[in-house]
Design a protein around this ligand. Structure first.
Ligand SMILES: Nc1ncnc2c1ncn2[C@@H]1O[C@H](COP(=O)(O)OP(=O)(O)OP(=O)(O)O)[C@@H](O)[C@H]1O
Length: 265
């Protein structure tokens, strides 16, 4: 398909600004302002910016967890709202979300086998034994041992839990993943392993990633292109190499000057 994986046009989100029941007007926050961006097929686009710049709100709108105030989202060439109206199955097969806090994103009362089985049941493609087999393949893909399926989320470290959350996202067979600070809750040594895994999975399954991060070292390690967000605006967008070597916007320069670096493989 030649269509972009994701394309937004004039996407905005404003919080507050309306009268409460007591007649007070809440302060208006324009979290995302008129953002038009494109995630190309097969690429990793990072959206980077400081805390409060609107990154998560943008990501949450892309995956349908937040309603845009205005603007449009197209996913794989189709209108996202329209797809969501068709139900979670069609939408979940196009785009998946990986949360920042891996342990909190997994239901503590369900075994890993049950957690991974849910998206497979939604797919309606496998019978019971087919799903068991697929769960083993998914665990294998994220380099987790087979006995993981009978265990519970609290039994795993943050890095292992994030691998399981990534396996759950893979289970839906979507080609697009939105990853919101996928390694920021992890130790630095574990961060590198999860980033390598994400890179490997992207190649193996021809995925497209939109990665939200405040961490430029992470962004430099995995992204093909970078969009810099500042107070809800995308102030600069460039291939990663160019952005790090020759930042154009004052805010980007400021961000780069304040960040430690790790090098791309
Ligand atoms: N549900 C909400 N209600 C009101 N304001 C919100 C809501 N969600 C986000 N905001 C505000 O929108 C702005 C952007 O927040 P957002 O979480 O998108 O930024 P961010 O760049 O992801 O920051 P962080 O990395 O700290 O999550 C902030 O001022 C935030 O307080």
């Amino acid at each position: 398909m030649s269509e972009a994986a994701i394309r937004t046009q004039g996407l905005s989100k404003t919080f507050g600004g309306r009268r409460t029941l007591l007649g007070r007007t809440r302060h208006e926050i324009r979290a995302v302002k008129d953002v038009s961006l494109e995630l190309r097929r097969g690429e990793t686009l990072a959206v980077v910016g400081e805390s409060g710049s609107g990154k998560s709100t943008l990501a949450r709108m892309l995956v349908g967890l937040e309603e845009p105030t205005s603007g449009r989202i197209r996913i794989g060439g189709r209108d996202a709202m329209e797809m969501r109206r068709e139900g979670p199955r069609a939408f979940g097969r196009m785009i998946q979300y990986v949360f920042q806090d891996p342990v909190a994103s997994l239901n503590p009362r369900k075994s890993i086998g049950q957690i991974l089985d849910a998206p497979l049941q939604i797919l309606c493609r496998y019978d019971h034994s087919g799903r068991r087999e697929r769960i083993q393949e998914l665990l294998d893909a994220v380099q987790m041992p087979g006995d993981t399926l009978s265990r519970y989320p609290h039994e795993f470290s943050g890095g292992q839990a994030q691998r399981i959350a990534i396996a759950r996202a893979l289970a839906a067979e979507a080609e697009i993943m939105v990853l919101d600070e996928p390694v920021s809750a992890l130790d630095v040594s574990v961060q590198a392993q999860v980033l390598l895994l994400l890179r490997d999975l992207k190649r193996r399954f021809a995925l497209s990633y939109l990665v939200i991060s405040h961490d430029l070292a992470v962004v430099e390690a995995i992204s093909d292109r970078v969009a810099v967000m500042h107070f809800g605006d995308i102030v600069e967008e460039a291939p990663a190499g160019r952005l790090f070597a020759d930042p154009q916007h004052d805010y980007t320069r400021k961000l780069l000057a304040s960040a430690p670096r790790i090098r791309k493989e």
